[in-house]
Design a protein. Structure first.
Length: 256
């Protein structure tokens, strides 16, 4: 059975799963889910989050679990270090970035957009989706921001704290690297992939597969520029350039 990924194009946690499939050159199909994804995700896995990977008859939720399943099913090229201590360190870094950096990057971009330009926020969130996704959310523009913030535990009062969390993660990257090319050992691992992928919305690297189709306001551009000044952000851009590669998605025509 051909693996199939249910995903949201913009999401940096979904990018972790896409990147892993592409890096391992696993031919797969992708299905973009729209604003009604919650019900479909619950039916498939008993939880309401994406990505979800259908692999060998299993529906696997959560980017970390998806990477683990792909690492077991398609071990080459590896993302987990072979050395047990190095593997434990790489997985600990993955968890650190998942729990802190990922949510903080999301909040740092979405919070000011919802505050000042909610229509642009909807355009950003529906990146890579059919136009109907935006049209579905547009009439809900007065209530959707509150739902989204509740869904992702985002608070406007914590924006400065979210910015600080991103900055701390960038410092952590530099501290882990100590001038080396990679975070753990001398090869590309899940730690590098996770750090770069979760910085994706702020980096907007040229290799990103679902670029924004809307002009961002100056206050978001200013924040991006500030992030990009950090050497860890430049390192992440280099990781994208060296390891992101091309998509292994089976085109729709070929899939049919």
């Amino acid at each position: 059975m051909t693996p199939e990924l249910w995903h949201i194009p913009l999401s940096h946690f979904n990018e972790k799963a896409r990147w892993t499939l592409d890096y391992k050159r696993v031919p797969h199909r992708r299905r973009v889910l729209g604003p009604n994804y919650l019900y479909k995700a619950w039916r498939a896995t008993g939880q309401g989050k994406l990505p979800i990977l259908f692999l060998d008859g299993r529906a696997i939720a959560d980017s970390t679990r998806i990477i683990a399943a792909l690492e077991e099913r398609f071990p080459d090229p590896p993302l987990y270090p072979r050395d047990a201590q190095a593997r434990s360190h790489a997985l600990a870094l993955e968890d650190f970035f998942d729990e802190g950096l990922g949510p903080a990057v999301r909040a740092s971009v979405v919070t000011p957009l919802f505050r000042h330009d909610p229509d642009i926020a909807l355009r950003v969130l529906t990146t890579g989706m059919p136009e109907q996704a935006y049209q579905t959310l547009r009439p809900l523009i007065r209530v959707f921001p509150s739902f989204y913030r509740m869904r992702h535990k985002i608070s406007e009062a914590r924006l400065d704290q979210d910015h600080a969390t991103v900055a701390d993660a960038l410092d952590r990257i530099e501290g882990e690297r100590r001038g080396r090319a990679y975070l753990v050992g001398d090869t590309f691992t899940v730690a590098d992939l996770t750090a770069a992928a979760l910085l994706g919305p702020a980096l907007q690297a040229p290799q990103i597969q679902y670029p924004l189709q809307v002009e961002l306001p100056d206050y978001i551009k200013a924040y991006q520029a500030d992030v990009l000044k950090h050497p860890a952000a430049q390192w992440a851009l280099g990781i994208y350039a060296k390891h992101r590669g091309v998509s292994a998605e089976i085109p729709r025509a070929a899939a049919a």
